[in-house]
Design a protein around this ligand. Structure first.
Ligand SMILES: Cc1cc2nc3c(=O)[nH]c(=O)nc-3n(C[C@H](O)[C@H](O)[C@H](O)COP(=O)(O)OP(=O)(O)OC[C@H]3O[C@@H](n4cnc5c(N)ncnc54)[C@H](O)[C@@H]3O)c2cc1C
Ligand code: FES
Length: 443
């Protein structure tokens, strides 16, 4: 009974429920006592009525004081989640099929997809900020298209995953193809479509119990991991957070109402929306005009804090530099890059020109396969695939960390500077080549 009572969030409703329950129990007990004792006198009946009233009063006070349990935060899912196994929520290995159970347009460019496992089993919780790697069979593509998308929702226990995907247009002034996966998701994926996904992963995560305030700064679709982080903090509101987001205007601002709803549930959360090109109808929905930059952040936050950044490459670069100039220690700034942007001239293929070797013996230890690598074979991921291995990978740009592999012997060198954090003794094979004439990988 106490379990059910704790689930009622409204204190008045909780008080009423407790009053009715306790009053009924006392009245029934009094009734039984009167019946068994065959009491006929009015005094006994009056005593029973008084006892019931006292029971109702005590129940009302108890219900008012009894603490409510934290409830899941609002979700825009159009579907109710399936009943889940209780107990174990094992992390699956490799790919698992998920059914799209909801598709919701969030802004002009961003659409959310709600995923539940096809096998209707439980799904593991994840850390706020992590992403899901998905695999799409897209007509016209010679192999499955694999992409990573941040989980843009958060609940404990987790009953479905939500991905929120921006449609990537053809870059302005080019004739390049529009984004393959994002356009396929927007145009061809509907409720009922089955998509394979790997377990949640990623190191851009927020520790809700850290004492320092967390400043979540995003623009555009970079808002996705921030929603997850803000919701996780709202469930355990021990950490104060600032949610700063930049959008062009209201039409391009996804999750505006959802963020406001999270802030209403969490008094430790402050929100600031900056619109670079607001429309008249946006009046009252944003806090400042212009871009999110270091000046804005410094005007909003004057205390020690941890900073979490996610957005366009130019946005992140300017903020990282600005925060550094403002004296924020590097170990207080965390970021997730969705794309690498245009490589700096000094960065591109920098290492390859620096005394690179042109051949090596590469041993894939776990597969028991050894092959001879030439510089024309490209990076180690491409070389492994050419040798019929299928290493995990996603971004192929050194961003997501999915391809990280342990080096058992030898060394690698990077074609471009890695963005993902790399474990000691490991390498991102999607952007690296052998540096020594013998290289042994745990593949
Ligand atoms: C950790 C992580 C989390 C992410 N989370 C999200 C998220 O929550 N939401 C989200 O929307 N995205 C997210 N992304 C980005 C996502 O993984 C994809 O990169 C994105 O959707 C683009 O994929 P695509 O297949 O649509 O585009 P691609 O086909 O990969 O193309 C990307 C862009 O390059 C352009 N292009 C095509 N050909 C060329 C060429 N020859 N030269 C130059 N440019 C070209 C395309 O027009 C397009 O604009 C995340 C990425 C990472 C690494
Ligand atoms: S595949 Fe993403 S870092 Fe290598």
């Amino acid at each position: 009974m106490l379990e059910s009572l704790g689930r009622i969030q409204n204190p008045v409703a909780r008080s009423l429920a407790a009053a009715v329950t306790v009053g009924s129990v006392v009245a029934m007990t009094a009734g039984v006592v009167l019946g068994v004792g065959s009491a006929k006198d009015n005094a006994a009946h009056r005593a029973a009525v008084y006892a019931s009233l006292v029971g109702i009063g005590c129940g009302a006070v108890f219900g008012l004081l009894y603490p409510a349990k934290a409830s899941p935060l609002p979700s825009t899912s159009t579907q109710s989640p399936p009943s889940l196994e209780q107990g174990d929520r094992p992390v699956w290995k490799n790919w698992r099929n998920f059914v799209v159970v909801g598709k919701v347009k969030e802004s002009e460019e961003i659409t959310s997809f709600y995923l539940q496992p096809e096998d209707q089993g439980a799904i593991p919780n994840f850390q706020p900020g992590q992403f899901l790697t998905i695999k799409l069979d897209i007509p016209g593509q010679t192999s499955p298209v694999i992409r990573t998308y941040s989980l843009s929702d958060y609940a404990e226990p987790c009953q479905q995953y939500r991905l929120s995907i921006k449609r990537e247009p053809m870059p302005a002034g080019t004739t390049f193809m529009p984004g393959i996966a994002s356009n396929f998701m927007h145009d061809q994926v509907h409720e009922g479509t089955v998509i394979a996904a790997k377990p949640p992963s990623g190191k851009f995560v927020l520790d809700v119990h850290q004492p320092l305030p967390a400043v979540l700064i995003s623009n555009g679709v970079g808002i996705t991991p921030m929603i997850s982080m803000a919701k996780a903090v709202a469930l355990n509101p021990t950490r104060s957070i600032y949610f700063v987001h930049g959008a062009r205007s209201g039409d391009f601002h996804a999750f505006r109402d959802e963020v406001k709803a999270i802030a209403q549930q969490n008094s430790t959360m402050q929100v600031h929306f900056a619109y670079s090109r607001p429309e008249l109808e946006d009046d009252g929905h944003y806090h400042s005009t212009g871009y999110v930059n270091t000046d804005l952040i410094r005007s909003l936050i004057q205390q020690d804090a941890e900073y979490f950044l996610c957005g366009s490459p130019a946005f992140m670069q300017s903020l990282r530099e600005g925060l550094q100039v403002a004296g924020v220690p590097e170990n207080r700034v965390f970021f997730e890059a969705f794309t690498k942007g245009v490589p700096q001239p000094t960065e591109a293929r920098a290492v390859a020109s620096n005394g690179a070797i042109d051949h090596a013996e590469v041993m894939f230890a776990a597969s028991g396969h050894t092959a001879s690598w030439q510089s024309s074979d490209g990076n180690l991921l491409e070389f492994a695939e050419a040798n019929d291995l299928q290493p995990d990978h996603s971004c192929r740009q050194g961003i997501c960390g999915t391809c990280m592999c342990r080096i058992l012997e030898g060394e690698v060198e990077y074609e471009t500077t890695p963005v993902a954090a790399i474990d000691e003794g490991s390498a991102l094979i999607c952007i690296s080549r052998p540096k020594t004439h013998r290289l042994v990988l745990d593949l």
